[in-house]
Structure formats: C-alpha cells, structure tokens
Design a protein around this ligand. Structure first.
Ligand code: TEU
Ligand code: CA
Length: 560
C-alpha cells in the first residue's frame, strides 16, 4: 500500500489573486477579497489553497516577476492582509501553499539591480551574464515570451539571460550564494506557517554546460529554451532539489509540487520519488500539449480523446509505486478545459471533472473551473492583457503570419482565457469588482455564476462538491485516493472509462466525453449487478446485455 500522506488525500484549489475578488473597487483582485471568500472555498470542500504570487512585483508577468520575496504587492494589500488569509484558512482546517518563483526574479529586485551595476559587483554571478558572441547574442535561445532570451545591458556591455520576459532575469543556481538566499527565504515563509510551495519552472534552474544552441524547427525564429538540450531537467537540477529538501523542505510538513516544464515520466520519477528526497509531486505538460500544432502553441492542433487517454494512462501506470501524480486540466496558463475539450456546456464541464478527479493523484481545481467557466470571446488583440499572447501576436504578425488566422488560435489558447474575473453573481462585473476590471469579464456571467449555481442542485459547482466529498469524506475515499488504475477501451473515440482496482473495492468510472449519446459495452468480467452507483450525471444508464446507453456528456461512477 502506498505510504499515506495528507497531501495525497487533498484537493488543491488554485487562486490567481488578480482575477479572484476585488475588495476595494480598483478593479484588481486582492487579499481582502480572498479573505471574504474563505467560507465559499471551505464549503466547496477543498482543503488546500495554492496562491499564485502575491509578492512585491512590477507585474510585467502578473506577479511571476518578483522584486521582493518577503513583502506583499501593494495592489494585493499588506502583509497583515496576507496573515489574515493564512490565519483564516488555518482556522477552517485548510492549508496554504505559496507560489515559489525562483528560476528568475524581477529586474527590479535589489539582487539584480546590484548585479547589473558592474562586472565586479558582488552579485554579478547571481545571474547569467555573457559577452557578445560574433557580435551578437551568446546562443540561439528564444524567450517563452517571444524575442531572444538574451538582453543587451549597455552599462556593463554584456547580455543577461531571461527565459521569459526581459524583466525576468534568470538566477544562476550554480552559485551556492543564490541557493542559500533562496533557501533562507523559503525557511522564512515556513516559519510564518505556510504549508508548502508550488515551484515555478523548477525544472529549468540548472542550465546546460556551455549554454549550447537548441534545435530549431523550420520557420522558427529562435531555439526553444524548453527543447531537449535546453534549460529543462538540467545537469544539477536534482542535486539542487535534494539540497533544498535537506536544508528546508524536510524540516516541515509541506505539500510541494514542481511545475516541471519539459518533464518526462522518467524525470518525474526522480523529482517526485517515493523516498521523498526531492518534491512530493510534479505537474507534467504532455497532455496540454497534445492539441498544439507542429509549430507549437500558436499553431492549431487537433484534439483526440484516444491520445489524451493514452497520455493520462501512461502517467498513471509509470508513476504508480514510484512517485505521486498531480491531476490538472486547468491553471492560469491554460485555456478553460470546458471550452478546450468540452463544448462549453455545464454537462461537459462536469464530465471532464469526473474523468480527472477519479484518477490516482492529487487533483487541482483552478478558480472558476468549479463553475464550468469557459474561454472568453475577447475579439480584437486590444482586449488581451497577457504578455505571452501580446508578444506572440506582435512577433508572429511581424514575421508575416496572417493576423486573423493567428488571432483565431490566440482566442483558443491564450492564458487570458483563464484570467477573466471569477463570476460570483449576475450583478455588475459578475460581482468581481465595483470598479473597472483590469481585464474583460466573460459576458456569460449573467447565467454562469456562483450564486446561480449554489441554488441549482445540478450545477457544475454542486457536482464538484460531490466529487470532492467522494475523495475527501466518503467511505470510498481510500479507494479514490490509493487504488490502482486500469484504462478500459483505449481506442474508444467518445468514452473515457477506467477502473480503480483495489483489495476491497473496485471503482468503475465511465465518462461519455462527447456531445453525442453512445452505447458503451462493459467488459465481460465487469457485470454491474451488485455494484453501487456513487455518482451519476443524469438518469442511471441501464446496462442492457452488458451495454450502457450513455447520454451526451454523461458521467457515472460505481463501486463494487
Ligand atoms: O509557466 C511556465 C511556462 O512554461 C509557461 O510559459 C507556460 O508553459 C506557457 O505559458 C503555456 O503556454 C510559469 C508560470 O506558470 C507562468 O504564469 C509564468 O509566466 C512563467 O512560469 C514565468 O514565471
Ligand atoms: Ca483591489
């Protein structure tokens, strides 16, 4: 039996503070706004909150560019406001996980200001500086936010590396002083009582020897920093995480999850190994890359349910007994799954949630996913706010891409789809703010909002409550958390069905992830008689001669 742990039995809810709830009418979400929603979160049943960055930041990348790790961004409130949220969560038996962004800082961080001041600065080697090569950039790496990953600094006549925006210079983790400063800061937060860390692009902290060029696809303007041989899963990343674990993590009872861009199952078995020498779990990104085209994120790809099932099953099989899995479809960087792999309907959102939440691993609910929030019809590029989308539009149209065609892909994939304000009610700005929201509110808030869904027993919100209760409180909770996994009918184009076999109980999960009804044949060795129906969206499908007639987007869970 898997070693038990509270973070394996948890359901985590991610808050993107800027878009969660605004308390003071400036159109920007904030910590007092979060405080006002703790009962809503407790009632949902989640027991851990992952808080996207609230540290001091110039907001070039909405807080993922930190200028002071031990102070709070003025727009979000004060450290006292933070302490009130932490205390409020603990008073409700809930936990708080911070977003640790230490692959890079803001260029306004005191460390970088000192580092860029002079080549002889004591902190020069805290970042990655290189002289020009053949009169230009040191290698072919491109930033994830377009352009070269190298920025020329006139003052000292060298380039510095930034895998993201030019205002997010990469820290040099090969420097023990950098590691020490990061570990001290982490310890400071742990002593304040936080319960863990989500670690931003932690797979990128150890850069490859000599910073070699990476392969370029035809038509690509730069080498991809996340391609093999680039910055992911570098030579010392596991040494540094073991050191982090020794010096900080192992001293506290924490949930730790690495955002490991470019991770494979083999690497995940190391990052999230069962011996607990590095992290508790990692986020993988293969499944959310399946519907990207050959040219990467900004080229249209085709969704295939068999391909998604194959990938998710691979991660279930390859990690079992070796490492703990995380389960997510949504976060602040991904479009809304209800639109992406559903048809935008509540039934689709409920069905997708069932497929995700009954697998083995810790599930993550992204703010608004519990409401079935959908992608937003932004229209013109002027309505977007995300640096990644805006820079891509400028760079790719500048390189000759048709603006209309590109805009249609941005509409599907932009991170801004996840960053529209949470829809609390049908009042002005969906109850998010009394002011002018920093980003447009999805016009469907009139009918898609928490207040309406709290009153509707068949809402997405009440379905999430039932899913979370099944995992956290029901008599089947151990089966949901710790049972094994076996995919059924891998090739079926509509149905995602799987077993969760265990010693005492086996769960059967059947999801018709399509807008069409279908008849699904039960495996011979799985007659349903005697099985107990635990959850079902719509009337229980009757098994006629071993075949289940499933309504569009119908999900059902049995135990036997
Ligand atoms: O994201 C890392 C990352 O790879 C993202 O660029 C993501 O894969 C991409 O946007 C998907 O298209 C982390 C944070 O989650 C993201 O919000 C930050 O912008 C980024 O790191 C830099 O801190
Ligand atoms: Ca505010």
């Amino acid at each position: 039996m898997e070693q038990r742990a509270w973070w394996k039995e948890s359901v985590v809810y991610q808050i993107y503070p800027r878009s969660f709830c605004d308390s003071n009418g400036d159109g920007i979400g904030d910590l007092p706004g979060i405080l006002s929603k703790l009962d809503y979160l407790h009632d949902l049943g989640v027991n851990v909150i992952w808080l996207s960055p609230v540290y001091r930041s110039p907001n070039d990348d909405n807080g993922y560019d930190i200028s002071d790790y031990q102070d709070i961004m003025a727009e979000f409130g004060t450290m006292a406001d933070f302490d009130a949220v932490l205390e409020g969560l603990h008073a409700r038996g809930m936990k708080l996980v911070m977003d640790l962004v230490v692959n890079h800082t803001s260029d306004e961080h005191a460390w970088f200001v000192e580092s860029r001041a002079s080549k002889d600065s004591a902190k020069r080697d805290w970042y990655i500086w290189r002289p020009a090569k053949d009169g230009g950039v040191p290698n072919n790496w491109g930033s994830s936010f377009s352009g070269s990953a190298w920025e020329w600094d006139e003052t000292t006549g060298e380039y510095y590396l930034h895998c993201f925006s030019r205002k997010q210079p990469d820290l040099n983790w090969d420097n023990p002083a950098v590691r020490g400063a990061v570990f001290d800061m982490m310890d400071w937060w742990c002593r304040k009582g936080v319960d863990g860390f989500r670690m931003d692009v932690i797979s990128m902290i150890s850069k490859p020897e000599g910073l070699p060029d990476t392969p370029m696809r035809p038509g690509q303007l730069y080498g991809d920093v996340m391609a093999p041989g680039g910055t992911c899963n570098g030579p010392h990343v596991h040494d540094y995480l073991k050191e982090m674990n020794r010096r900080v993590l192992s001293r506290y009872d924490l949930l730790t999850v690495g955002e490991t861009a470019g991770v494979t199952v083999e690497e995940a078995q190391r990052y999230a190994n069962a011996e607990g020498t590095e992290l508790g779990m990692v986020f993988q990104f293969e499944h959310v890359g399946l519907d990207c085209g050959p040219g990467g994120k900004w080229t249209a790809g085709q969704f295939s349910l068999p391909a998604l099932k194959e990938n998710l099953a691979k991660w279930q099989y390859e990690l079992e007994g070796k490492a703990w899995n995380s389960l997510f479809f949504c976060n602040h960087d991904q479009p809304r799954v209800a639109s992406r792999w559903g048809d935008g309907s509540p039934a689709g959102a409920k069905c997708l949630a069932t497929a995700l939440h009954l697998m083995r691993g810790t599930p993550y609910v992204y703010q608004g996913e519990e409401l079935g929030m959908t992608n937003c019809p932004f229209g013109p590029i002027e309505n977007y706010r995300d640096i990644e989308s805006l820079n891509a539009f400028r760079e790719l149209t500048g390189a000759g891409r048709d603006p209309e065609e590109l805009l249609s892909v941005i509409a599907q994939k932009s991170r801004d789809n996840a960053r529209t304000p949470v829809q609390w009610d049908d009042g002005p700005n969906a109850g998010f703010t009394t002011g002018e929201p920093w980003i447009m509110v999805n016009p469907n808030y009139k009918t898609l909002n928490a207040a309406a869904e709290e009153r509707d027993p068949d809402s997405v919100l009440n379905w999430f409550k039932a899913l979370i209760r099944l995992r956290r409180e029901s008599e089947w909770r151990d089966a949901v958390v710790y049972n094994s996994f076996r995919l059924l009918d891998p090739e079926h184009e509509q149905v995602f069905a799987y077993l969760r076999p265990g010693e005492e109980t086996t769960l059967l999960v059947v999801c018709n992830l399509s807008a069409e009804k279908c008849v699904w044949t039960l495996p011979e060795d799985l007659p349903l008689d005697g099985a107990k129906l635990l959850l079902c969206s719509g009337p229980e499908p009757k098994a006629e001669g071993g075949a289940l007639a499933l309504a569009p987007w119908q999900a059902a869970v049995w135990a036997r």
